[in-house]
Unconditional design. Structure first.
Length: 206
């Protein structure tokens, strides 16, 4: 018989770019202004879970491509490291893409793409589950590529005969285009009041 643990140990996995773009669509925020530690603590507190670890993942532009945002992320990641947050970053890869405009014309723009972030998150979710580091994995992302990791957690739960869950946490509002969490996970919807209570007052763009 699998016994549900009390209290439940939680590890938060944050996809920095995914969280930013979701918050931009849902709440109109123009830059990644979330406080990683405060938001993680708030989610766990609201659920009555014991926060054991925070892991943060993001793509970072090369300084030759975008000096401003390279400085922003370098400074923010350095600060997170001082707080004890586990940080993983990869250089963004840029390529030209053609997009359609509202007037029917098209335009070629330079777009930065992350490579390997979702794979790293999935590997860490599975690795830490095998190590029994958490009872609940909280993934701040709506990336459906991570649904396979959720399926694997169920396999690990059966193998270890212990209670494990994975949750997808994401911003929601009437303007949000995507209102679904990661498939096969529990969904934790972050409203504007909760998000705005967890803003980072530091401006790393300076």
């Amino acid at each position: 018989m699998i016994i549900e643990p009390h209290p439940k140990k939680a590890v938060v996995f944050i996809d920095g770019q995914n969280l930013f773009h979701c918050a931009k669509t849902a709440f109109g925020h123009k830059h990644p202004n979330y406080d990683v530690k405060r938001l993680s603590e708030r989610i766990c507190k609201d659920k009555g879970w014991e926060l054991k670890q925070i892991r943060f993942y993001t793509g970072v532009p090369d300084p030759a491509d975008n000096a401003l945002w390279h400085q922003f992320w370098s400074a923010k990641l350095a600060y997170l490291g001082k707080l004890g947050v586990h940080v993983y970053s990869r250089t963004l890869r840029y390529r030209n893409e053609t997009v359609e405009l509202s007037d029917g014309t098209s335009k070629t723009v330079l777009v930065g793409r992350e490579k390997g972030i979702d794979v790293r998150i999935a590997l860490d979710i599975i690795r830490l589950a095998h190590r029994r580091d958490y009872d609940v994995a909280i993934v701040c992302s709506q990336d459906q590529d991570l649904s396979e990791a959720a399926d694997e957690i169920r396999v690990i739960s059966n193998e270890q005969q212990r209670w494990i869950r994975i949750a997808s946490a994401f911003p929601v509002s009437p303007t949000a285009k995507n209102t679904r969490g990661i498939n096969n996970t529990d969904w934790i919807k972050i409203d504007r009041k909760t998000y705005d209570a967890c803003l980072d007052a530091r401006d790393y763009r300076i």
